[in-house]
Design a protein around this ligand. Sequence first.
Ligand SMILES: [Zn+2]
Length: 408
Amino acid sequence: MDQGQALLDALGEWEGFEVTGVERREGDPDEIHVSLKPREGVPLYCNCCGRACERVHEHVQRTVRDLPLFDAITYLEITIYRVWCEHCGGPKRMRIDWLADQQRVTNRLAESVIYLCSQLSIQHVAKFYRLHWHTVKRIDKRALKARLDPADFSDVRVIGMDEFALHKGHRYATVVVDPIRKRVLWVGPGRDRAAVRKFFEQLGPEQCERIEAAVMDMHPAFTLEVEKHCPNARIVYDLFHVIAKYSREVVDRVRVDQANALRHDKAARKVVKASKWLLLRSPRNTSRAQRVRLQELFDANTPLMIAYMLREDLKALWSHRDPDEARGFWEEWYQRAMESGVAAIRRFAERIKAFVPGILAHAEFPLHTSLIEGINNKIKVIKRMAYGFRDDEYFFLKIRAAYPGNAR
Ligand SMILES: [Zn+2]
């Protein structure tokens, strides 16, 4: 074998094709143009149906990109046959194992782009291979679609639902996960009932019946749609969201009220006003110095202390695994809330009453949406890396691809 052919074989060659010319064009960087035509006598197959074809209908010329050869951008100038397929009843492109139909890059370049897109931003990948941003995105999007769709939901028994902001908080999207397998099942634009319904329609009535529990925040659209579509699902309200609601509606409210009551005492007012983040912290994450500050604050503001203590107590509700014990604990907490003498706490306790079955369901289904909180952080990273050009569909595919789920 001659050395030139040996080198070509070692480089991976272009199966079924022979090189009819090589040209190096100087530039920044240089380009290598390799001319190829089908090898004499090589069997021809229809790209559509895969059957063998005898007749060549016509020749067409295509320019496609391959992996770079050393320092040069590499173009293939290919003569491709369109074969006459008896089965398909017309001219079809010949099958080429290393070049998919309609693609302007070889399969090996596409695979490399797809891998890099899982690690780097589109901009970086485009720059690295000197491809257009849109070309890189199209390659990655096509591969993600082929890998992720249609999604198989047959083993899903538990779902978690949450929302996240698109486009700097102007619009929202909904994400549905399998919290057990850590898999993102679905992402869709919007967060109202019609938006969320699309997930259940994709799930289908049979699979909907198999859903045993759905963990979520107290967003009515989520609750109502689960109740409508999943007759056997228990609604489970997540600790994180209930506590966040309490912090907003009680701790913050009381803090502002206390500060307002201190109009005459500017120094004391400032201390109360500045305590927002300190009060939001969990005692576990509070330093000794912060604990001293808290104690001083509480000594002068009893309602604030009561609000803070009752929040920490409420958290203990999620540690119960026995439904009766959980109920007993809730009733006791509710009693204390009503007797607290703090209006904001009483209002919260009254308002939360309607959600109690879902809060107590946690005893039987100890689920939480912390996975979704993690996903929300990852979404921000994906947005920076892959987004920016407002293609929601691609963005959502990237989110799903980042959480493919653990094996059972
Ligand atoms: Zn055919």
